[in-house]
Design a protein around this ligand. Structure first.
Ligand code: SAM
Length: 322
């Protein structure tokens, strides 16, 4: 299947020629399989903020697995597409001591910067990759994970239980309504929103592009705005909300954030994301698009171009005013 031409035309409205080339290269190359240690099952009790992993890396290396560590995160690693099977067959993968999660998907939780003793909400949680990553960073913390689709909620539950985060409280609920039950309640909220998944397009997996359409983008925008609104009402004054998508469209990213900055009339601000600095896939988020200016702080959000190792991605860190 060819990459949808309407999608490419849309990308040309905000990407430079060189970035368009990189996007096309990323969509056309087979993607690596990324992973991270899962200290929840490693048997080693984590100190808050410290994840013991030295043994896992040597175990994998001793087993002959060829893997690469991410220079920006000592928890992130990947194997090439051809070594994927060997990774999945390793004892650590079979026993859940490592967790397969794309490099892009591993970014929002460190950006949320969870601290021990805080209360967390994951507002669109299934299948639970980021909930698990969060649980690993703040062992035993109070985490609420919300999912609206029943089947996916069960998948979330199984995944969390299987990987050592059975203590997370799971709610089958429409995340857009959570703020009504728990206004001003959480210290940090993650909203990894449902999206058009453009960042996951891959030529060698036509299914990734099969259901994309401009209409789908519009439909997602409606959900994203309502979910981000709910997140910003459910977080306590002074608290942090991280919004992320694996979409490339500005409508689903900068424009959604801008809609909520406007709705909250100065009560919500963007915090610049300083990390990671050494990642070539990172490009600045847009401060204007199609004759619309966005908040100048938008430049501090994180946009990731798809590449052989990363999915296209967007992350924004917001703080609710006191
Ligand atoms: N954060 C997840 C992870 O890392 O594994 C992936 C989340 S996925 C991008 C978005 C999820 O949001 C889907 O499971 C979808 O069913 C769920 N969702 C969609 N609308 C929702 C809503 N109104 N309330 C709660 N969850 C919703």
């Amino acid at each position: 299947m060819n990459i949808p031409s309407v999608f490419l035309d849309r990308c040309r409205t905000f990407l430079s020629e060189p970035d368009m080339e990189r996007l096309l290269g990323g969509i056309q190359s087979p993607r690596v399989t990324a992973f991270r240690p899962n200290p929840l099952l490693s048997g080693a009790a984590a100190e808050p903020g410290v994840l013991p992993d030295a043994d896992l890396w040597s175990e994998l290396a001793d087993g002959g697995l060829r893997f690469h560590r991410a220079p920006w995160d000592d928890q992130a690693a990947w194997v090439s597409a051809e070594d994927r099977q060997a990774l999945l067959e390793s004892a650590a993968a079979r026993e859940g001591r490592l967790y397969v999660q794309s490099l892009s998907s591993q970014l929002p939780v460190p950006i949320l910067d969870p601290q021990p003793g805080e209360r967390f909400l994951d507002l669109a949680a299934a299948p639970g990759s980021k909930t698990l990553q969060l649980a690993a960073r703040v062992p035993g913390a109070h985490i609420a994970a919300v999912e609206v689709v029943k089947k996916r909620m069960y998948k979330l539950k199984d995944n969390l239980t299987m990987h050592g985060a059975g203590h997370v409280k799971i709610f089958l609920q429409d995340g857009t309504k959570v703020w009504r039950y728990r206004p001003d309640h959480f210290d940090r909220v993650l909203i990894d929103a449902p999206c058009s998944s453009e960042g996951r397009f891959q030529v060698d997996d036509p299914d990734t592009m099969a259901w994309w359409s401009p209409r789908k983008v519009k439909e997602m925008v409606r959900k994203q705005r309502r979910l981000l609104y709910s997140a910003l009402r459910a977080v306590r004054p002074g608290g942090i909300v991280v919004y992320s998508t694996c979409a490339i469209s500005p409508e689903e990213n900068e424009a959604v954030v801008q809609s909520q900055l406007d709705a909250f009339e100065g009560q919500v601000t963007i915090e610049p994301i300083e990390w990671p600095v050494d990642m070539p896939e990172r490009i600045p988020a847009l401060t204007s698009w199609k004759n619309t200016d966005f908040d100048a702080g938008m430049a501090g959000c994180l946009r990731i171009l798809p590449s052989e190792r990363m999915e296209g991605f967007f992350v924004c860190r917001l703080r609710r005013g006191d």
